[in-house]
Write a protein that binds this ligand. Structure first.
Ligand code: ARG
Length: 451
């Protein structure tokens, strides 16, 4: 079987190397990006007179046909097709003699990473759209929950009363950082490496700005060695997706806890839960468990790529072919998780009575009571100790916390009112008072409209 380098070789590639080295199995997914790259490259070659207008026309017709064949499934991949680039070029060359000129001034080193950048750019846009949809679900849910109170937890111990809305908005804000991080990464993804050739560009008069513009890149590479060896953009996206996964996993963990009989705050719709094959009473929060569990592979993919990159010499080495599978897997994984989690949140119901009941535990007001004393000039440490003593005595069974509070010379019956305000209590910036919650919802809706 002839290879792209058979001029210099006498022997054939061993089957074991073919199995090890061929990337078609996974990079055929990049056919549209590869064909788009070839179209731009061909147009540029014609514009600088390296091919004729007729040859360009033939190449564009052939590339269209290759794309149709791949889409409709009639494309016949050959055993010699190492990767998608080889396959497309081979078929174009079957269709037109101009195919022999398509690879003028380029290498698969710059070609493959150009396609991967196009794929990554589109993936960022798709994932960002999904994250926005989940944010919208969370904001809508928060909006509909009014001042429903629940305990906020630190160390998973009841801490202070908050509104459920405030809690739901916390997830939306973490997702906002994910959107911004992806948008920032996108600028570094959106750089054309086309024209860098194998490692040192080309002696031919290529117009790199033309292909940059044609493919919608923001800028052109600055250094050909860097351009073919750089996979920072893949690592960055893998990190962005891993952290996004970590955020989703934490939301998922809250869902799992809230769905336990012990918490009993939340019920998932049947469509987002599963039963047990053995225990008839079970309802399991699989959607959330998988969102939590799949985060492991998102982190694994980032680790895999960084480990591949570590210690590589400059320029292209075949190791870099290992950039694709982790990226594809992370994009696919996150694309599965988000709609399921959004659907679970959208259709979930909350046991408001149970949440309010938990939030009405008077001890949750201890911090506010200490601050109440601060307002009358008592140093916070002293105030903390005064309230702490009341807590200790109520836990020891002397009397209820409320009775001890009402009887305390530092407080008196007026302090009981302070306890009752619960989630509607006045609070500072970003702390979830009703006005603050409204401000957060408005701000998030504005950000969601901006895009
Ligand atoms: N399939 C290869 C990759 O994905 C294309 C580049 C191959 N370059 C080479 N010099 N063999 O990285």
């Amino acid at each position: 079987m002839p290879t792209l380098w058979s001029g210099r070789f006498d022997g054939e590639r061993d089957d074991s190397l073919r199995l090890l080295g061929d990337s078609l199995r996974f990079d055929r997914r990049l056919y549209a990006e590869d064909i788009a790259t070839s179209r731009a490259h061909a147009r540029m070659l014609a514009s600088v007179n390296l091919i004729s207008d007729d040859e360009l026309a033939d190449l564009l017709v052939a590339l269209d046909q290759v794309e149709h064949e791949i889409v409709d499934g009639s494309f016949a991949f050959a055993p010699s097709d190492e990767d998608i680039h080889t396959a497309v070029e081979r078929r174009v060359s079957d269709l037109t003699p101009a195919g022999a000129k398509l690879h003028t001034g380029r290498s698969r080193n710059d070609q493959s990473v150009t396609g991967l950048r196009l794929f990554t750019r589109a993936s960022i846009d798709n994932v960002s759209e999904l994250v926005r949809a989940l944010q919208t679900t969370l904001v809508d849910k928060a909006d509909s929950m009014g001042t429903t109170a629940m305990p906020a937890y630190t160390h998973l111990q009841r801490a202070q009363p908050v509104s459920l809305a405030h809690h739901l908005l916390a997830y939306a804000w973490s997702l906002q950082r994910d959107i911004e991080r992806l948008a920032d990464t996108r600028h570094r993804v959106n750089v054309s490496p086309l024209g860098a050739g194998a490692i040192a560009g080309s002696t031919l008069p290529l117009d790199v700005a033309a292909t940059t513009n044609d493919l919608g890149f923001e800028k052109t590479f600055d250094n050909s060695i860097d351009a073919v060896g750089d996979r920072d953009f893949v690592a960055e996206v893998l990190f962005d997706l891993a952290l996004l996964g970590v955020h989703l996993g934490r939301l998922a963990e809250d869902i799992i806890l809230w769905c336990t009989s012990e918490f009993g705050y939340m019920k998932l719709d049947d469509g987002f839960a599963t039963g047990s094959s053995m225990m008839p009473q079970k309802k399991n929060p699989d959607t959330a468990e998988l969102a939590r569990g799949k985060t492991g592979r998102l982190i694994g993919n980032l680790t895999a790529l960084l480990t591949t990159l570590k210690g590589l010499p400059s320029g292209y080495s075949k190791d870099l072919q290992e950039d694709k599978e982790p990226l594809f897997d992370s994009v696919d994984t996150i694309t599965q998780i988000i709609p399921a989690l959004a659907g679970a949140m959208e259709t979930a119901t909350f046991d408001i009575v149970r949440m309010e009941q938990a939030a009405s535990d008077p001890l949750l007001g201890a911090t506010d009571l200490a601050e109440w004393l601060v307002a009358s000039g008592i140093p916070f440490r002293e105030a903390h100790a005064i309230v702490g003593d009341l807590v200790k005595r109520s836990l020891a069974g002397e009397d209820s916390f409320e009775s001890l509070l009402a009887a305390s010379p530092s407080f008196g019956p007026a302090a009981l009112e302070r306890l009752k305000s619960g989630a509607s209590r006045p609070s500072g910036h970003g702390a979830g008072s009703p006005e603050d919650t409204e401000r957060q919802i408005d701000r998030l809706r504005t950000l969601l409209d901006e895009r």
